[in-house]
Design a protein around this ligand. Structure first.
Ligand code: ADP
Length: 236
């Protein structure tokens, strides 16, 4: 059964529909990239997947034991996050907040999980450093470790490499692929970086209010819409 199944969803702001009749699904080990022009509804869809904005029509069905508060979310970077006055360890550990429920403290299991994820992402030696003093690439690793603390099944990332230099960007993508393969965590990523998207994604959702295309990356490469979009991007 799919982790996420969207069935004919429409999403609206004050009666104005911005996503219309959209259907797609995300399987257990998938790496889905959501592409599309600015204003095509990508961030709005992310909000609905997180349960922050209910669709006006249609259904989002979560399967395989996934619940909305078990999605590991890495948001678009904002200046507020960049200046977060907390240690790396505290930022990573805060990924456990959702699963903590009403408990007023973190358990030993929460703390172990934070350390495991810092080890996995090679940031353990930074644990006592202040988040705001890190480089852009280190910050993204910390936020990825935080997102991993919130999930065992699905990472949702919104434009995660904005502002990173090309080498750090490639390292970040390699890490994600490793997590996707080795830890069997599905990845759903909004991306502007179409070249890397085509290298790493297993599936593509091309959004333009509705799904212009949904299928495997291979099918997208061979589709008319994919050829037009990829060709256009490569000319830039
Ligand atoms: P993308 O992430 O693909 O750039 P968005 O999901 O941000 O697209 O926006 C899709 C459409 O919804 C745009 O027309 C945008 O103006 C509109 N929109 C986004 N957020 C809001 C909001 N909070 N209130 C009203 N309209 C919004």
């Amino acid at each position: 059964m799919a982790l996420i199944k969207c069935e004919n969803i429409s999403i609206a702001y004050e009666g104005q529909t911005v996503v219309h009749d959209l259907s797609f699904q995300v399987g257990e080990d998938d790496y889905l990239c959501i592409v599309g022009e600015n204003g095509s509804g990508k961030s709005t869809l992310v909000k609905s997947l997180l349960g922050l904005k209910a669709p006006a029509k249609g259904k989002i069905i979560l399967g395989d034991g996934l619940s909305q508060n078990e999605i590991g979310y890495l948001p678009q970077q904002t200046d507020v996050q960049k200046d977060f006055p907390a240690s790396v360890y505290e930022v990573v550990l805060s990924g456990r907040l959702n699963s903590r429920g009403l408990r007023p403290f973190y358990t030993a299991a929460d703390k172990n999980n934070a350390r495991e994820n810092m080890d996995l992402l090679g940031i353990r030696e930074l644990e006592k450093q202040c988040f705001r003093d890190l480089s852009g690439g280190q910050k993204q690793r910390v936020l990825l470790a935080r997102a991993l603390c919130a999930t065992r099944k699905l990472l949702l990332l919104d434009e995660p490499v904005t502002g990173l230099d090309p080498i750090v960007t490639q390292e970040f993508y390699q890490l994600l692929r490793q997590i996707n393969r080795d830890s069997e965590i599905a990845v759903v990523m909004v991306s502007h970086d179409i070249e890397s998207t085509m290298e790493y994604a297993s599936h593509i959702l091309h959004l333009q209010e509705t799904a212009l295309f949904f299928g495997t990356a291979e099918e997208y490469r061979n589709s008319e819409i994919g050829k037009a979009f990829l060709g256009g991007e490569q000319r830039v």
